[in-house]
Design a protein around this ligand. Structure first.
Ligand code: SF4
Length: 284
């Protein structure tokens, strides 16, 4: 039982968080299902096994992180089958979740799935719009990275595994200190480019700017589009970020300029997911 005083679901089976209480990485799922409720542990069963394998692939392990859920109690429908908690449960449980995360005091929080991400970040944006973005949550005092829940991948969204793994790897590098966390009070120069001439000039200026370390990331709507349409290309030199609509770069002369920038020998590139991004860039 949850022993959550005053909560209408306080008599439901409860699965507390588990793991290192001083972990650098906290992972937050939605709520426990029947398997977790029976065993009293979070992330058990097929999605838990996938998460375990993902952690190992990223160079860490379940024992090195802290796992919990946005709602700790199991919810069932009239037939006794697992069901989604109502929004009210997420809202009621948020103070508990915030206190739990603060007590662990991690470097970064991974929100697995839309429900966890929305309640932690306090937004109604879809998980596909937030996946992989590092967002500072002021009342938590932590950076949160939303990504896909392993259960979503097991249900058939196999391609989402690349995103989940990339996010867990990034969290691992943050925990090791090899990716510094940005100052949440710092303001960044972000330029959103929707004009074909401006896109060409931006790429040309980057080519002419001389030796530089540049970061590149892409956004696709591949989950809905079997042709893997790429929507945005994002380039940053650490001070300024240029967000360019991909369609502006796909015809010459901009395409040749962009290819020249990618292949310029005086640039060092930092990719979010190099294999995926380059495959998608040349596919488009
Ligand atoms: S919704 Fe949250 S506060 Fe309410 S019983 Fe469940 S775990 Fe406790």
């Amino acid at each position: 039982m949850t022993h959550c005083p005053g909560c209408r679901w306080k008599d439901r089976p409860c699965v507390p968080g588990e793991g290192r209480t001083d972990a650098d990485i906290v992972l937050v799922g939605r709520n426990p299902g029947s398997t977790e409720a029976e065993q009293g542990r979070p992330f058990i069963g097929p999605s838990g096994m996938l998460l375990d394998a993902t952690l190992v692939e990223a160079g860490t392990a379940r024992e090195d992180v802290y796992l919990t859920n946005a709602v700790l109690c199991q919810h069932v429908d009239e037939d006794g089958n697992d069901c989604d908690p109502p929004h009210e449960a997420f809202a009621i449980c948020r103070d508990r979740l915030r206190a739990e995360i603060k007590s662990v005091d991690p470097k970064v929080v991974l929100a697995l799935g839309g429900d966890a991400a929305q309640i932690i970040i306090q937004t109604d944006r879809k998980i596909s719009d937030m996946q992989g973005a590092m967002m500072f949550v002021p009342d938590l005092g932590k950076y949160v990275i939303p990504t896909y829940h392993p259960a979503y991948i097991i249900r058939g969204a196999i391609g989402a595994f690349d995103d989940l793994l990339a996010v867990v790897k990034r969290a691992r590098r943050i925990s090791q200190g090899s990716i510094p966390l940005p100052d949440p009070n710092e303001r960044y120069d972000i330029r959103y480019i929707t004009d074909v001439q401006e896109a060409g000039e931006t790429v040309a200026n980057l080519i002419l700017s001389g030796p530089a370390t540049l970061a590149l990331d892409t956004e696709t709507k591949w989950l809905k589009d079997p042709d893997y349409e790429m929507l945005l290309v994002q380039i940053s030199d650490g001070t300024t970020s240029w967000v360019i609509e991909t369609s502006l770069l796909m015809d010459d002369p901009n395409f040749s300029l962009f290819q020249g920038l990618i292949e310029a020998t005086d640039k060092t590139w930092v990719f979010h997911n190099a294999e995926f991004d380059l495959r998608q860039l040349w596919h488009n």
